[in-house]
Design a protein. Structure first.
Length: 589
């Protein structure tokens, strides 16, 4: 047999095999096109390299054509600028936060639309009658190759309903009635980027680099003159009206006793100014503060306007000791009774501050180890005065919650409008200052407001953006409470918490955990957590929510989610970072 005959048969077999392979590929493509609409996760899990959209835009031969068209067409020029802005923002996020080189992303433009309503408070859950994300909105971007970038497909502004009158922005608040005092250290405030001081600026300034009228006394423990000057300069640059002092090295009294002394000095200095002949009428009018606060350095006030409304219930001419616990950890049980020392935020009216400053027990030495300043202050006031502690609850209210409840209604995602946040950085890894930037666009009530979209996405504004794959059920906590009351085992009554000490709870339906709506997701979920935010010169607030490789809070290959992190611990892991950018447009643009 000729060797050429064998070679011919081999060639024929290869041709047949190639034909079969082509048939198989065509068949698979046919079935894939007729398959069910793909999930968004097809494009966010790193399991596909496409599809790439909008390649025409990045064809170099067309760039000049678009530039020329933009000159004649303002709409095209505006769209091009938006694309460029989105690309630059995404590249900055990748560089700053070390995101993966290939990153699925999309952007959406939003606006809060306020409508007249009979409701006095904003609903804990706004059910938006629209979708947020289409399956193919996510686009994979190769950050090392800018031509792979595709701008957001949806350029229309999505209006989200808000009930009632628009709440105040930081620029609209006059907080000159308030003076705050905090004891901390130079090392905490001088941490990279000064994050604590930037957080303070959100509630001590107008959001534009100028004071909102509130004063601040900072006592730096055992600081040098150089350190005091450095912190004072940094606070001034942020627009915070602050007095910075150093506590003496080896001082025996509590650091917050020294803060009280500084607040008293400030108070009497203002009183002297009032009496002085050289003080103008306007200066006299705003000289004396009405409420003096002792706070931890990691306390955050989301709404100064709402804080002032709450404090207005307590006459500054009378003795009032006011505490604002913000979470369950701010409450303790002693001898079977529930009590709070303040939760890191305690307010005094001027007469009460004068009395506290005379209490010798505040000068107590530090021999009691880890005893907190609010604990020491509480015991001192209880033993040596007849004052009743006025408790204004924030996120967690023991007067309306059952003793066996171990959660605070999902915390920041629970639908409450908190007066204070406590330990938000160290305990909850939440950069409240960044999240609160949204208040500059649509008011304080936008911050942490929940929005439910018809495609099962839930936005906790400034905190998280979550997608539930198989649907969402909304549960009224009021109905849940009524069912429990009707349960024969409870004898028709909800168990009541027994409060200890001289506590008076300020009852407010807006802080009742049973007045909000809970969200129960079906199936798996994915959560994008706030990574970055900025306010642009035109008033737009840009928020970047990220789902990090590994899922939840994890960074790179390290899964550092806390056991108590119920927001992220029950979600699937991802093999690539993904980013969602929400662009909030203010009224008028």
């Amino acid at each position: 047999m000729s060797p050429f005959a064998g070679a011919g048969r081999i060639k024929s077999v290869r041709i047949v095999a190639l034909i079969l392979l082509v048939v198989v590929i065509l068949t698979i493509r046919t079935f894939s096109h007729s398959a069910e609409k793909p999930s968004i996760y097809t494009y966010t899990e790193g399991k596909t390299k496409g599809p790439w959209r909008d390649e025409f835009w990045f064809d170099k031969s067309n760039i000049e054509k678009h530039k020329q068209a933009g000159t004649a067409n303002p709409t095209a020029a505006s769209a091009r600028r938006e694309r460029e802005d989105e690309l630059q923002y995404l590249l900055s996020l990748v560089k700053t936060h070390g995101l993966t080189n290939e990153i699925p992303w999309f952007a959406r433009r939003l606006r809060a639309k306020y409508t007249p309503s009979a409701e006095k408070t904003q609903s804990s859950l706004v059910e938006a009658k629209t979708t947020l994300v289409a399956p193919r909105d996510f686009v994979r971007v190769r950050v090392h190759d800018a031509t792979s970038f595709s701008a957001s497909s949806e350029r229309d502004v999505l209006a989200l309903p808000m009930n009632g009158k628009k709440s105040s922005t930081p620029a609209e608040v006059d907080a000159s009635a308030l003076m705050f005092g905090v004891a901390t250290s130079y090392s905490r405030l001088d941490y990279t980027g000064h994050p604590i001081m930037h957080d303070w600026a959100r509630w001590l300034t107008n959001g534009k680099g100028k004071s909102n009228g509130a004063g601040l006394v900072v006592a730096l423990q055992e600081a040098t003159e150089t350190e005091v000057a450095t912190i004072a300069a940094a606070l001034k640059k942020l627009g915070i009206d602050a007095t910075v002092v150093a506590t003496p090295a080896g001082a025996k009294e509590s650091p917050y006793a020294q803060v009280v002394t500084q607040l008293l000095r400030s108070r009497f200095r203002k009183l002297q100014q009032q009496k002085g002949d050289e003080t103008s009428a306007d200066e006299k009018k705003g000289a004396e503060k009405k409420y003096f606060a002792l706070v931890d350095d990691d306390v955050f006030f989301p709404s100064m306007s709402r804080l002032l409304e709450k404090l207005a219930k307590f006459s500054p001419a009378k003795e009032h000791y006011i505490s604002m616990p913000s979470e369950r950890a701010d409450w303790v049980v002693e001898s079977g009774k529930t009590i709070t020392y303040g939760g890191g935020a305690v307010f005094h009216t001027p007469p009460m501050l004068d009395k506290v400053g005379q209490l010798l027990c505040l000068q107590e030495t530090r021999q009691e180890g880890r005893r907190s300043w609010d604990n020491l202050l509480f015991d001192c006031v209880m033993k040596h005065t007849n004052a009743t502690v006025q408790v204004v609850p924030s996120l967690w209210n023991p007067a309306t919650a059952s003793p066996d409840e171990e959660t605070d209604g999902a915390g920041y995602g629970g639908g409450s409008q908190p007066l204070t946040l406590h330990h938000y950085r160290n305990w909850h890894r939440f950069e409240a200052g960044k999240g609160h930037l949204i208040a500059s666009s649509c008011g304080d009530e936008c911050f942490l407001q929940r929005f439910l979209f018809t495609d099962n996405w839930v936005l906790v504004n400034g905190y998280t953006l979550t997608h539930y794959q198989e649907g969402v059920e909304v549960i009224s906590m009021q109905d849940s409470g009524r069912q429990r009351e009707q349960n024969p085992d409870t004898k028709g009554k909800r168990p009541k918490t027994v409060l200890g000490g001289r506590l008076a709870i300020d009852k407010d339906a807006s802080h009742d955990p049973h007045s909000v709506k809970a969200i129960a997701g079906q199936g798996g979920k994915k959560t994008w957590r706030l990574l970055d935010a900025m306010v642009r010169d035109n008033g737009e607030v840009w928020q970047a929510y990220a789902n990090r490789k590994g899922g939840g809070n994890s960074v790179a290959e390290i899964d550092d989610r806390l056991p108590s992190d119920i927001t992220h611990n029950d979600e699937e892991s991802s093999d690539v970072d993904s980013v969602i950018v929400l662009i909030w447009k203010p009224d008028g643009i």
